[in-house]
Design a protein. Structure first.
Length: 267
């Protein structure tokens, strides 16, 4: 397969380098990733703004071609798919491997997930990969994020992950899309205890905001390190905390609530 890699940690991150080296054993790899860290970029798109595009060292990634774009993950996917400098048709887009989890509510803010979502909206199956470095129950001590194990899992299960995006929906003669993208979170472990299809948990964080004066200017800064996850045993958070890989299938297109929305309007 011809696979496009992107991320939100930046082209110099370990996760995308490991992912490229592992996947290049069996697939043709192309990389377009942000020039610098764009964590939390979500689905940001820089419209009608010139973004610097530079070649990167393909040898370091063992890939066919690598580029650094001074933009968001969505910018990278859009540029790669529409810019005519990638010489092949891309079969799948993989975003990651992210340094840290993207579970539950994180999906809304995550640039990693934003890249995968935009791929599916563009008619290419999108897969987001992250390592949950904060999962509490680990079989391994130490600080390793085990990117190699995460990449190997994705490689061995690529066909299944792509299939979970569903089938392409044709809008007209030019436009198709996939209604889903896949969000995968792996615990930071050398050996997983299985894999589960999960639902996103509810996450709450950044409980405090500090407003302070400095050098005659006023600043607002979010604070607080506590991250709380809510939900039952079927959630992505529960899976990674128990040592399992979490695989969530996420709607790419916005969808309306199904119930409880009746209203009487004054017109």
């Amino acid at each position: 397969m011809n696979i496009l890699l992107t991320n939100d940690d930046g082209i110099g991150s370990e996760g995308i380098a490991v992912l490229s080296r592992v996947f290049s054993r069996e697939h043709s790899i192309y990389i377009v990733a942000p020039k610098s860290n764009r964590s939390g970029a979500s689905c940001q798109m820089n419209c009608a703004v010139p973004l610097e595009l530079c070649t990167a060292d393909e040898a370091a990634f063992l890939c066919k071609a690598a580029y650094a774009l001074d933009g968001s993950p969505v910018d990278c996917v859009l540029s790669a798919l529409k810019g005519n400098y990638i010489p092949v048709k891309i079969d799948a887009v993989i975003s990651g491997i992210n340094h840290g989890p993207n579970i539950g509510t994180d999906i809304i803010y995550s640039g990693t997930c934003g890249g995968a979502r935009h791929a599916s909206l563009s008619g290419i199956p999108g897969i987001a990969l992250s390592v949950d470095s904060g999962a509490r129950e680990k079989s391994d001590a130490g600080s390793s994020l085990y990117f190699e194990q995460a990449a190997e899992f994705a490689l061995k299960n690529l066909g299944t992950l792509v299939s979970l995006c569903g089938t392409a929906v044709r809008l007209d003669s030019r436009h198709t899309y996939f209604s889903r993208f896949v969000n995968v979170n792996m615990p930071a472990m050398s050996a997983y205890r299985g894999a589960r299809i999960t639902v996103p948990c509810i996450r709450r964080y950044w409980e405090a905001v500090l407003v302070a004066q400095e050098c005659g200017r006023q600043y607002s800064r979010t604070e607080g390190d506590d991250v709380l996850s809510f939900g039952g045993s079927g959630t992505d958070a529960a899976a990674t905390e128990s040592g399992c890989v979490s695989v969530s299938v996420i709607q790419a297109e916005p969808s309306a609530a199904e119930a409880g929305c009746a209203a009487d309007w004054a017109v």
